[in-house]
Design a protein around this ligand. Structure first.
Ligand SMILES: Cc1ncc(COP(=O)(O)O)c(C=O)c1O
Length: 342
């Protein structure tokens, strides 16, 4: 079987997870509540130190509900130019909330407070009013980069100067917490709404949550319904997430170690520049004489699946279904291809 490093979304439910799903107590969540979903929502709210949380079918939908809570029509949302909300959510901020994005180009790997401060437009009656600041932690496009707690606090302070709320795209906040040793609720305290995804590092088949104040989650329920995401016997899915929270959190350190192994093996081969991984994502910038598509094709022929992030950038993501031996083998295959193509 191929070693699949295209994303941490490719994991398959384990036998234990499937057994938990089969045994789940369920109800009609939209009509009068699903007990297992409610248990998950309360657990996630407690983990994130928020009053309440709501289970969503996807991270995109939960992110967009977070945007919808804060950003009105004709306003502007400030966030990193490479944020998932900017480049992978098909302009949903404009479509669903009527707000445009103001992409902030960071001086370094990810948006800092200084980058954000410099991005605000001079006040004028022509400019869209800023309504929201979003942070992505870890930052997928930058290579699983952790925004440190003090940097999040600084961004929050800049937003607060302008009385702007903050939404945190924490699809991989689990990885940020495990890598930095900072508890989830400390990161979450720096945002008004927080999205966490379950179908990535945690290995659940489906789902995400949005967390915030009780009042905000009442409004988020409306957003979820409006966006078509209200569910029925969702406890089948929520039970998989509860299982993942019990069994798959601590092992994220293995994914981070495997990413480091890959980075070390590939580093420098064929003049490639590897972004040193903070967490489970390895970005490899190729020299101009290599093309990502060629390496992706050749690696596939040797049983290793990697993604073409851009014509000159490869992405390899470690996860639950990648062992340390797999990581070593995948690193060696890509290293050999890059070296051979010299
Ligand atoms: C940073 C980030 N945010 C949001 C999402 C969206 O999550 P989903 O695929 O569950 O819609 C992803 C998915 O990869 C992501 O990487």
């Amino acid at each position: 079987m191929a070693i699949d490093l295209r994303s941490d979304t490719v994991t398959k439910p384990t036998d234990g997870m499937r057994a938990a799903m089969a045994a789940a107590e369920v109800g009609d969540d939209e009509r009068d509540g699903d007990p297992t979903t409610r248990r998950l929502e309360q657990r996630v709210a407690a983990l994130l130190g928020k009053e309440d949380a709501l289970f969503f079918p996807s991270g995109c939908m939960a992110n967009q509900a977070g945007v919808w809570l804060h950003a009105g029509r004709g306003t502007e949302v400030l966030l990193d130019v490479d944020a998932h909300i900017v480049h992978s959510e098909i302009a949903a901020t404009a479509v669903l909330s009527g707000a445009q994005v103001l992409p902030v180009v960071p001086k370094g790997l990810v948006m800092t407070a200084a980058d954000l401060r410099a991005a605000f437009r001079p006040d004028s009656r022509y400019v869209p009013a800023p309504s929201l600041v979003c942070i992505e932690n870890t930052h997928n496009g930058a290579g699983g980069v952790v925004t440190a707690l003090e940097d999040m606090r600084a961004i929050r302070a800049v937003a607060a100067e302008r009385k702007l709320p903050v939404h945190l795209d924490g699809a991989r906040l689990w990885n940020a917490s495990v890598a930095s040793g900072v508890p989830l609720d400390q990161f979450a305290a720096e945002a008004d709404s927080v999205m966490v995804a379950f179908s990535k590092g945690l290995g659940a088949p489906v789902g995400a949550a949005l967390a915030g104040t009780r009042e905000a989650m009442v409004r988020a329920w409306t957003a979820r319904k409006l966006f078509g995401g209200a569910m029925r016997q969702s406890g089948i899915l929520a039970s998989a997430v509860l299982y993942a929270l019990d069994h798959h959190m601590d092992r994220l350190v293995d994914d981070h170690a495997n990413a480091k192994t890959i980075a070390t093996i590939i580093g420098g081969a064929g003049d490639a520049r590897v972004v040193p991984p903070d967490t489970n994502i390895v970005m490899i910038d190729l020299s101009p004489r290599h093309a990502s598509a060629d390496i992706v094709r050749a690696a596939k022929a040797r049983g290793v699946l990697v993604s073409e992030w851009s014509p000159t950038r490869l992405r390899m993501v470690t996860h639950l279904d990648v062992s340390s031996a797999d990581a070593k083998r995948a690193g060696e295959v890509v290293r050999d291809l890059l070296s051979k193509a010299d």
